[in-house]
Design a protein around this ligand. Sequence first.
Ligand code: PNS
Length: 169
Amino acid sequence: MLRAIYPGSFDPVTNGHLDIIERGCKLFDEIIIAILINPDKKPFFTIEERREMLLQVTAEIERSSCRLLVEDFQGLLVDYAVERKADAIVRGIRAISDYEYELQMALMNRRLEPKIETVFMMPAEIYSYVSSRLVKEVFLLDGKIEGLVPPVVEALMRKKIVEVEKEAG
Ligand code: PNS
């Protein structure tokens, strides 16, 4: 049984993330999608909202291929990976520009915990420019994000912005 951790902020989950999860399911029996709890960042969606949204959008993948779990973690990724008895960490690489940072992280993680391998996967080319950061920026400036995130995520973003604006008065 091969288990991988797919870590990230997922704020929000994009179609690029889902593409990587689907591809990862061809290699692993189980993937734990692990949301980083980062006290230094002010996210758009809370951890609970992100967990709920990931469960919704991955339900279809899970029915057809591997077992998917959605969890959150704090602290060092490799400590969490060991605790969860994972064999590998999966990371998506969209372009060469991602590679430098991802390589640094992968090598640091390997130094910290040689038992855990990092597996880089490429999403479909149509998602090569999609990031949660850009999706949020475009959305907040009233741009079209259709096709970049699942429809349910777009609906949740619309709901969230109404709440945020209400709170701000
Ligand atoms: O989706 P992101 O924000 O690119 O994910 C980054 C993530 C969560 C993979 C990375 O920040 C991480 O692993 N954080 C946990 C803390 C840690 O282990 N830091 C050392 C990395 S070498």
